[in-house]
Design a protein around this ligand. Sequence first.
Ligand code: NDP
Length: 496
Amino acid sequence: MAVTSTIIELKNYIGGEWRQAMGDDVNVVINPANQEVIARAPRATKEETEEAILVAKTAFESGIWSNMTTYERAAYLNKIADKIEENLDELAMLEVMDNGKIKTEAEFDIADAAGCFRYYAGLIMAPEGETYQVPEDVQAMVVKEPVGVAGLIVPWNFPMLMSVWKIAPALAAGNTIVYKPAESTPITAMKLVEIIEEVGVPKGVMNLVMGKGSVVGQTIAESKDVDLVSFTGSTEVGREIMKAAAGNLKKISLELGGKSPNIIFADADFETAVDYALMGIYYGTGQVCSAGSRILVEEGIYDKFIERFVERAKQIKAGPGLDESSQMGAINSEAQLNTILKYIEIGKQEGAKLACGGHRLTENGLDKGFFIAPTVFVNVTSDMRIVQEEIFGPVVTIQSFKDEEEAIKLANDTDFGLAGGVFSGDGAKAMRVIKKVRAGITWVNSFGTTYNEAPWGGYKQSGIGRSLGTYGLDDFQEIKQININLDVQPAGWFPN
Ligand code: NDP
């Protein structure tokens, strides 16, 4: 990775070659904490993207990766994990500069990314098998095979981690890859691909194509030579991907947005509930798909909860990610900053009461970057746009509910179904409620934790398919039925 007078020159990686941008159109990448230019990234054309797809297709068909033993592929994955760990400090620093998150969050992401490669290295070697008793003298069995060329499109909120959630299982299963990072956060993508090259993954298996979603992403989603598209991003673009993928009926995996409820009963451990509710919305500056952006609190403790939550929210120190005293980082881009500020205005116009925050932070040098104070809206109703639409920032709404039934009704009153949480000291009640929350990722007496071992994904308009765990590998595998005739003689269907 070339660093010229502190500006990083990024390149695409196609067929084992590092390539400059072909045209004049270059993406200038800024640090959202101070708006300094930190990198210049190529903007690939449709033709360059198609070339990368063809390279991946040729590599797949050659069997150079898919025909390797699972032990060999697992060894590569473990080496990638080693290198990620060796470069953890640098990767975390680049992620902070590129995304705006605080250093501890970035360090956690990078360590988790290494863990994800190790998890799939282990999983691909795990003994597994299915055979079936069928009503003939036939042995039926199932084998799993790579899907082919995997198109991977990732967002900017967890640039490295969201990439690895796709790359690790895709490689483990034997696919070849065309990978498009988000334009606003392409830096660690290049570093990761450098690592993949360094450990010796054969040329053509991993291809990196940076550029606009409407060009590179769209070409990947439409291509007849891409067998699967795995996308993480907004519900709106997810719909476009689904339409584009219809051309060759490619497999799709969509990890989309959310508006997740966090239900807090009066019998919960109060301080634990407040603490996780804060983490649920302000971790990642609220730019987290599974953010607990709708807090639902039982009537009896509604005022007390708001008072304590607001008191603690006001103490959260927003600032540049590399400043060790910062507890919440920057908003990733000016466009996202404006979206969040727009929603804050909408909330006020809708009649919600602003309990704290609600403004851009500009003091102590923060005016150079994109910072927003932790924001809380109370006295909201379910029909408000700030309660229904994903804001993707440090903005939370707090609603009250009377009883279990109303809590469940409010929790499910959304088009999304990504995540949800319940806090209660009554185990049976917590279980009853969480089972009724229509969401793919749920927590009882905690919020926001993620494990490589457990499936991640949403109900309703939050997506299709699952990342992580064994399900995450399934997304990148075809299932083949093999029937072995144990009684080898003519079938005799047609008279002879
Ligand atoms: P976007 O949907 O705008 O973009 C995601 C990716 O898709 C980017 O790489 C983008 O490229 C690309 N893209 C944009 N348009 C197209 C297109 N027409 N065809 C193909 N690709 C396209 O989402 P954001 O990057 O803004 O990410 C935030 C969203 O992602 C939130 O809604 C969030 O909830 C969701 N998300 C979901 C997660 C989950 O696990 N469910 C995890 C993380 C985020 P470009 O570089 O041009 O922007």
